[in-house]
Ligand binder design. Structure first.
Ligand SMILES: *Cc1c(COP(=O)(O)O)cnc(C)c1O
Length: 378
């Protein structure tokens, strides 16, 4: 089956008791056991939940992995991934990164003895140089947040594999509809399912997918042992949301391209960051490894004042953190999503106070363009 059919059906067999088409919400903390040591495979809600299992099976299939493990947030997924490591281990990570991922590296795991090196992962030579004997993961965000830098997954996974390092890709921005990292050699894929997978801005969740048996078993152990599990309702919302993933991504992609073109032609915009523009530095890599560019677009307005004027003048684009929902959002990363990244580090990357990030929704593109015309004129 094709991805758009799988998004509707994978992992979601009709309920065996009633035939219910929609997977039931198993809102229970525990399960009655038939006898001492005899049960139906379900003992306790943190350990097993059928709604969660349906959600996990669906995402595993969409990413082409054999296991998916769901968490209460994208950050809980990152945390469990890093809990597979020991003091003295080393991670090489993209240097343009979701702010919360940077924060958990620096403020939670570094104090526990984890070493992290940040490199521009669009430069495979720099990645190779950064690898050490105790490097365990190469952590890649592509396209990166917020600068939309694209990393060549096949090249990076090849380098990492030859050195015994596992590659983990944060695929939140493109979803499996446009990018399937496991097929490019990645060992694991991570999502903030809060974003495109669920797509309706009404839950928080994360999920890790892998076909690596050893890693899958360890992550599954940590899901139960550390306990960062999603509740059954959130799994059900995500299951409902993901059914329309292919339709939504197609529209996000069309609208994203329209907005990126508008911005690139606007005299007040200094620079646009969108891999679907032919002058994007990794346009060719992006064309090769992704089948769409999605709805995330960033631009540099040159100053905080100019950025603020736009962000506070839009009417349809709501000023808010987060992304990937059906509604369009605008965000000022330096003061919002990426406030925990020190200014010198940001500015060295060309990510100044004038940066705006748009999560382009699925509204009518004419309405979105009208809104931006108004805001840029203000
Ligand atoms: C939002 C986000 C995360 C963190 O996910 P939460 O669900 O907010 O915990 C991680 N990576 C990326 C790229 C994100 O956009």
């Amino acid at each position: 089956m094709k991805l758009d059919s799988l998004a509707v059906h994978a992992g979601q067999k009709p309920d065996p008791l009633t035939g219910a088409v929609s997977t039931p919400v198993y809102q229970t903390s525990t399960y009655v056991q038939d006898g001492v040591g005899r049960h139906k495979g379900y003992e306790y809600g943190r350990t097993q939940n059928p709604t969660r299992e349906a959600w996990e099976s669906c995402v595993a299939v969409l990413e082409g992995g054999s296991h998916a493990v769901a968490f209460a947030s994208g950050m809980a997924a990152v945390t469990s991934l890093l809990q597979t490591l020991s003091s003295g281990d080393h991670v090489v990570s993209s240097d343009d990164l979701y702010g919360g991922t940077y924060r958990v590296f620096e403020q939670v795991f570094r104090p526990l003895g984890l070493d992290v090196t940040y490199v521009d992962t669009s430069d495979s030579g720099a990645v190779e140089k950064a690898l050490r004997p105790r490097t365990r993961y190469l952590f890649v965000e592509t396209p990166s947040n917020p600068l939309m830098i694209v990393s060549d997954l096949e090249t990076l996974c090849g380098i990492a594999k030859s050195r015994g390092v596992r590659t983990v890709v944060d695929n939140t921005f493109l979803s499996p509809i446009f990018q399937r990292p496991l097929e490019r050699g990645a060992d694991a894929v991570l999502h903030s399912s809060t974003k495109y997978l669920n797509g309706h801005s009404d839950m928080i969740g994360g999920i890790l997918v892998t076909s690596d048996e050893e890693l899958a078993q360890r992550i599954r152990f940590l899901q139960n042992a550390s306990g960062g599990v999603p509740g059954p309702w959130d799994c059900w919302l995500a299951l409902r949301g993901v059914k329309t993933l292919a339709l939504r991504m197609a529209r996000h992609n069309d609208n994203g391209q329209r907005i990126a073109r508008f911005l690139s032609e606007h005299p007040r915009v200094q620079r646009v960051f969108y891999p679907g523009l032919p002058d994007h530095p990794q346009y060719d890599v992006s064309r090769r490894q992704t089948s769409g560019w999605g709805g995330m677009v960033a631009c540099d307005m040159g100053s905080l004042d100019a950025a603020r004027r736009v962000a506070e003048s839009t009417r349809l684009f709501a000023l808010a953190e987060s992304l990937g929902g059906v509604e369009s959002l605008v965000c000022h990363p330096a003061t919002m999503t990426h406030a925990s990244i020190p200014r010198p580090i940001r500015e060295a990357k060309g990510f100044g106070d004038g940066l705006l990030r748009f999560s382009v929704g699925i509204e009518d593109p004419e309405d979105l363009l009208d809104d931006l015309h108004g805001a840029f004129g203000a």
